[in-house]
Every structure is written in C-alpha cells, then in structure tokens.
Design a protein around this ligand. Structure first.
Ligand code: ZN
Length: 134
C-alpha cells in the first residue's frame, strides 16, 4: 500500500502574508528531495514522479491540519483558512476600530483616572517583586 510510506519532512516554509506552504520532503531513494506545495491547507502539487495526488500530498495535508489545529488550540484563535477575503478584511477593520475605541475611551477618562491607571500599572510588578524577595 502506497499510503503506508512515511513522509520525512526536511523543512516547512510558509510564504509571509499568504496561506501558501511548501514542504521539502526526503525522496524515496533517501538522498534527493521533493517539494510539496499546499495552499490554505490543500495540497496543490508535488515534484515527485508519482501519480497525483501522491502520498506526500495526502500525508502533508494531514500534517498541515495538525499544525493548524495546534495553533487553533488557543481559545482566541480563529481558523483564518475558513474565512473569505471579505471576512478577513472585515476582521482587520474591526480590530482597528476596537483599538480606536479603546484609545478614545482612555482619552475620555479624567486626568485623575489616567493617573490612577498608570499607578496601578506600576504597582503590579512592584507587588510581585516584593513577594519574590520575601
Ligand atoms: Zn509526491
């Protein structure tokens, strides 16, 4: 069975700002390498001679799913691969608006409140260092 072969990953490259990933894998002769490309988690090609989709493509799709799952294990993470371009843009705008609202909220505070905020921010690490030295 073809699928029983294990893919040896030599390197994984992710193209910045894209969902494109290239895996460099060890070829079956144990010397050369193949390059398997994925886009948004889907294998799009491989430089080996096998019929496509080859076992590299199948296994690396699974590997990439695991890689994404590990990143998504944090509660605030969102599966960006599942979002459309419009949704991605909307999220970016929402993030900017949220920051602007927080800034406005901070500016709307009285000078006394802002002073208190700063003191709280400074007091916390101090309280910690006292505990540490005790
Ligand atoms: Zn292949």
């Amino acid at each position: 069975m073809k699928n029983n072969k294990t893919v040896t990953i030599v390197a994984r490259f992710q193209f910045k700002g894209t969902c494109k990933v290239v895996y460099v894998v060890r070829s079956s002769d144990g010397v050369g390498t193949y390059e398997t490309s994925l886009d948004a988690g889907h294998a799009t090609g491989c430089t080996c001679k096998s019929r496509k989709p080859c076992y590299h493509m199948t296994q690396l799709e699974a590997n990439e799913r695991q890689h994404t799952a590990n990143i998504l294990a944090t509660p605030e993470a969102v599966d960006l691969f599942s979002l459309s371009q419009e949704e991605l843009t909307a999220r970016r705008i929402a993030g900017t608006k949220k920051q602007a609202l927080l800034n406005r909220e901070y500016q709307a505070r009285t000078v006394a409140q802002q002073q208190a905020d700063r003191e709280n921010a400074v007091l916390q690490p101090k309280a910690f260092s006292v505990l540490k030295s005790a």
